[in-house]
Design a protein around this ligand. Sequence first.
Ligand code: SF4
Length: 338
Amino acid sequence: MKEKNCSGKLLENYLNSFSHIYIEKEILGHEVTEQILKRLPKAQRVLINNYRDIFNRPRQNYIIQKRSQKLILAKKKFDFIYPGSGLCENFGEEHFYYSSSIMNCFYECEYCYLQGMYPSGNIVIFVNLEDYFSAVDELTRDKKIYLCLSYESDLLAFENLTGFTGRWIHYARNNANVLVEIRTKSANFNAVADKEIPRNVIFAWTLSPQEVIQNYEAGAPSLEARLNSIRQAIAKGLKVRLSLEPLIMIDDLETVYKNFIHSIFAVIPPEGIRDVNIGVFRMSREHMKRISKLKKNSKVFAYEMNCVDGNVSYKQEREMKQIVYNEVIKYLEKDKVY
Ligand code: SF4
């Protein structure tokens, strides 16, 4: 599969491949709905009452649907913000939350936890971002929060369609009590490069060795394309986060990951990095079972795993993390590495 986001043309082709757009009647006329429909004039439009009627249908096949995704435009009615999961790094932030305005993603990472979580591989975009902002207003009335926006999709990859990243940047400029993280595998920083990005917006790039990208991150931009996007962000004055997660077991692991870290710091100046988090692939045992059912013989689970407190990871989890940590601290102060 070709990467979908290294050039406007490939992304454009992907967007034009939506054969159908399901639209909740209630949000016809909403400005985001109209903007998206205008962008995708060829897709057949189907009016629906509630996105769940399509997205939550029984007996759907996530994997098959991912190959020919449909787009669903909907209105989020409740649960705009969730408490952060204990499985995710909180970077020492006390009040950790996440929010999800898009469900599913157009990359096809072999290890993606969404495949065991959602009943459908189709993409849902909740167009009413203004209601998310109201929920954050409410939550930040008396405290500072750390809010991750791009855990259940890749917000920046969809930017040319939704403009959501730009709107969150604008929102954060006017709310000093929110620290926003936008995590991405895309090479699409260009889409927001003209914005004035405040310090309470963190762009976080998930990076993997090219060998892992080739084998486990179908459709996602190459390491080189992601690094170019990071350089562009740093050149604009941003301090970026690097997320070296999930570390994936691979032949000749030590050499592959050492070369990977070296290739990052060969082109990214350490002073442009806010922090780095390192995490080995892991997920709950229940989740792993669901994914294994969907994907028989998944490469991710081909190595020996351990289960601790209901969470599964590689047997060599500690060693893997140590190898990468030891390499990163050759370039970066320890207090920046999580
Ligand atoms: S980029 Fe993230 S959300 Fe998208 S497929 Fe990969 S792991 Fe899943």
